[in-house]
Write a protein that binds this ligand. Sequence first.
Ligand code: ASP
Length: 342
Amino acid sequence: MKKSQILLIYTGGTIGMKEDSENKSLQPFNFNQITKEVPELKKINCVIDAVSFEKPLDSSEVNYEFWEEIGDNIFDNYYNYDGFVVLHGTDTMSYTACALSFMFRNLEKPIILTGSQLPIGMVRTDGKENLITAIEIASAKRNNESLVKEVAIYFEYQLFRGNRTTKVSSEHFDAFMSYNYPALAEIGVEIKYNLNNILVQKSKQLTYNKGFNPNVLVVFFYPGIVINQILKLMKDNSSNVIILYSFGSGNLPSSNELYSFIKDVTNSNKVFLNASQCAAGSVDQNKYEGGRLLRNVGVVGMKDMTIEAIIVKSMFLLNKFPNDKQKFLEFITKDLAGELSE
Ligand code: ASP
């Protein structure tokens, strides 16, 4: 069988670091010499081309322009490769995975993101295994077709749908979880694909859409929050989308001031979304009085999407429908790339 061609894109993060022998600090290494650092790559049955971003970033510095730069790199090379592996800092990897999943629709090839908790140049690194398995997954085919046709995150023996993930640990090797959607593959002695969980694309026609509008505000609620303060914050803010980060299945402390503010403002171009601080489960505004009152003033429940997916999807749709609130609302509650269960 023909060897798969893989494009490896290094964008930054811990994985591409090496300890400086003199002062022991972590420094990015020259990624074009990746096979020197990971000689095992030569043994994988595929052809790997590696490119590195000119200025690799710690992923806490990543913004939507960086998502687009990654997207452009993939799109420009889409027809030259069988699969793509993006090396990325773990801190905001889930957001980037969401962005890529909304930008690329009807993928016929895998885009696998991975990274590591320890730099690849350290003895106990998790980076080598993550990198090698991510490449194996990106090259996996059956009947000449890629097995995974979506944006996914591979980390510590599990492959997840990217837009369902959340980073849950800054110290354990299994740093990512997907609470509302099962793993796409589990990795042990063999790579066991859960084919029923992998996205089936509706059409073969790839589309690539860039553009994000970051005019989104997230308001984090907690017991004892001073409602007047958040009302002031929201009044002074020009964001078009306000995400109320609520409790449980979408409840907030009841406040007539809050309801009347939302009711007045929802008549303008602003949109209020209800996202839950619970990592697992779904927002259901019909379940409790707190949720019902929000629904009555026009707040829209975000179902079982992760907070990362809600933020990135809002930025994406806001750019697409800047003056069309109805269209925004139609698509925010619709499944675009497997990010929500309908
Ligand atoms: N701060 C790093 C980053 O997200 C952490 C990592 O790569 O794991 O870029």
